[in-house]
Design a protein around this ligand. Structure first.
Ligand SMILES: N[C@@H](CCC[C@H](N)C(=O)O)C(=O)O
Length: 293
């Protein structure tokens, strides 16, 4: 199986063209491939498929490094756009792609930056999903006897956003997994720690559902700007600084889509032999899915 290793601000991906080659991976295989010591290593696997709807160019599927399939990935969307053009699967600059949550539109600029229309954020608790009796801009959640304030937003995928004084000192590693798996988020959630610098600048770290802390999370940056706007802390256009670099996020308010602009990079191309691959020379019982180039 041929693949491309890509990243969007250090949030890294294995990207597979499943249009010109067969693709079938079980969750345990994805976990092995995602392993940074024994596999290729990535935060998410992106699989490019033919579209299943009219007026759409492609379908793409997203899998976290724990093997779970998810609905949305902002950095992945930008890498997907670059991938389909680099692989000559399309020469369009405006690409419509179907994800597990709906259709999104991407625009590849001449400067190489990709602008993604990430859709209208969902704030209705059951649709996020988040357990609450009514919609609020800030909820309180109990964790180990501590009361945490957070906003809950779906960008197609669920996010909890906490406002902190300093992202460098935020309890991302300790609180992140507890909130990711909190019973109020029945489908788990990505947890963002947002520091407001001023009304147009913010810093963000995200503990991602199914992948742990990543260097950047595009949908997390969108959710954080939505949360910051709803709380009256941010303007409609914000530069969000993540550990891996910066994104520009724009949101004109309720009912409008969130626009995200940022880079996408290819790192290398490779090929792996999978178990059951007839060209494989793997010994029975040896570890599967090793890179061959
Ligand atoms: N890194 C992504 C988000 C990937 C999916 C996420 N971990 C989830 O489970 O929803 C991004 O850039 O948005």
């Amino acid at each position: 199986m041929r693949f491309t290793k890509m990243h969007g601000l250090g949030n890294d991906f294995m990207v597979v063209d499943a249009i010109s080659q067969p693709f079938r991976l079980r969750p345990e295989m994805i976990r092995e491939l995602a392993d940074r010591n024994f596999g290729i290593g990535f935060d998410q696997l992106l699989v490019v498929e033919p579209p299943g709807l009219p007026d759409v160019d492609f379908r793409y599927r997203i899998f976290n490094s724990d093997g779970s399939e998810v609905e949305q990935c902002g950095n992945g969307a930008r890498c997907f756009a670059r991938f389909v053009r680099d692989q000559r699967l399309t020469n369009k600059r405006v690409i419509r792609v179907q994800t597990a949550k709906g259709v999104i539109e991407l625009r590849v600029g001449r400067d190489g930056l990709v602008m993604v229309n990430m859709g209208v954020p969902e704030l209705n608790p059951p649709a996020i999903p988040f357990a609450a009796d009514r919609r609020k801009d800030v909820y309180t959640v109990e964790v180990d006897g501590q009361t945490i304030e957070l906003s809950a937003v779906s960008m197609g995928n669920p996010h909890g956003v906490l406002v902190v004084d300093d992202v460098d000192r935020a309890p991302v590693a300790s609180l992140g997994p507890k909130l990711e798996n909190h019973p109020r988020f029945p489908a788990r959630a990505n947890i963002g720690f947002l520091q407001i610098i001023d009304r147009t600048h913010a810093r963000l770290r995200v503990f991602e559902r199914g992948s742990g802390e990543t260097l950047a999370c595009g949908s997390g940056a969108c959710a954080a700007v939505v949360a910051g706007c709803l709380r009256g802390l941010l303007d409609s256009r914000v530069e969000v600084e993540l550990r891996g670099g910066k994104l520009i996020i724009e949101w004109q308010g309720e009912g409008s889509p969130v626009m995200m602009e940022g880079p996408a990079a290819s790192v290398f191309e490779g090929q792996i032999r999978l178990p059951g691959d007839s060209s494989g020379r793997r010994r029975k019982g040896s570890r599967p899915a090793k890179p061959t180039s």
